[in-house]
Design a protein around this ligand. Structure first.
Ligand code: BTN
Length: 268
């Protein structure tokens, strides 16, 4: 079991992580964090569960968190956001902070993570972590963000192939040893904290592009009812996927969460 008291002594990290709300078993850390945020919990509140019984992923998918082998946590953020256009750019950047922080923490362990647009983290083309960010509005203003992170740390956390829409892996499988979940938790929270202190949309986008999964490889991208196939070049400043499509040249595909898959599958 994760030692919550020991983790708590190492927090806050870069301004985030306290109070720490730990539960051995929860339906979803994002759901509890959203309830706590509505009840007024402060910026930086961290909700951690050893096991989730109804963990949630993007697009209404589930997220499995078996006990003893994974990390599942959610942070309540109450950033001071500007108004207008700048607000949507900053909000979009918050959506990327979790994946960049995860990638940095995994790099510290000697792994070579890639970010599958927009915010999945891959190791050897397999998904090791996912991020679910949920925004709570009051009138026209953002009251809080809940940034949820799920990470398969040990091999036992890898969901069976039949249960996922993308092949999964674990940190252990990639680095060949069992890292401390407590260390990873503190590291990732601290990395998120330091990005949140100076949220800079172009800088975050550059961090994503540096680690962009399938860059230079043939991919298929589905957005709405249309599908493109081409070589992935980069993600543009506004979050558009930039492809080199045979016969068409450079194509920019916008859309909030397009379906992106490599065509030259070489997982393993
Ligand atoms: C995805 O890849 O679809 C996002 C997965 C996000 C899972 C995490 S686990 C902690 C937090 N609580 C949830 O219910 N979901 C997020």
């Amino acid at each position: 079991m994760l030692n919550a008291a020991s983790a708590e002594r190492r927090l806050p990290a870069q301004g985030l992580g306290l109070p720490l709300v730990f539960h051995p078993r929860l339906d979803s850390t994002n759901s509890l964090a959203a309830e706590l945020a509505t009840a007024g919990a402060p910026h930086g509140t961290l909700v951690v569960a050893e096991e989730q019984t109804a963990g949630r992923g993007r697009h209404g998918r589930g997220w499995s968190t078996p006990p003893g082998s994974a990390l599942a946590f959610s942070l309540i953020l109450r950033p001071a956001l500007p108004g207008g256009e700048a607000r949507s750019r900053q909000l979009a950047a918050f959506n990327l902070v979790g994946a960049v922080a995860l990638a940095e923490a995994l790099e510290d362990l000697g792994a070579r993570p890639a970010i599958k647009w927009p915010n999945d983290v891959l190791l050897s083309d397999r998904k090791v972590a996912g991020v679910l960010i949920e925004v709570s509005w009051v009138d026209q203003a953002i009251d809080s963000l809940v940034l949820g992170v799920g990470l398969n740390v040990y091999a036992e956390a890898e969901p069976p192939e039949a249960e996922v829409d993308y092949p999964a892996t674990s940190v252990e499988a990639a680095i060949g040893f069992r890292p401390s979940r407590e260390d990873l938790l503190v590291q990732i929270v601290g990395r998120i904290g330091s990005h949140c202190q100076r949220i800079d949309p172009p800088a975050i986008m550059a961090e994503v592009n540096q680690r962009l999964a399938f860059c230079g490889r043939r991919v298929s991208v589905r957005s709405g009812v249309k599908t493109w196939q081409g070589v992935l070049l980069a993600i543009g400043e506004g979050g558009e996927i930039i492809l080199d499509v045979p016969g068409e040249g450079e194509v920019r595909i916008a859309g909030s969460d397009p379906h992106l898959r490599p065509l030259d599958v070489h997982t393993g």
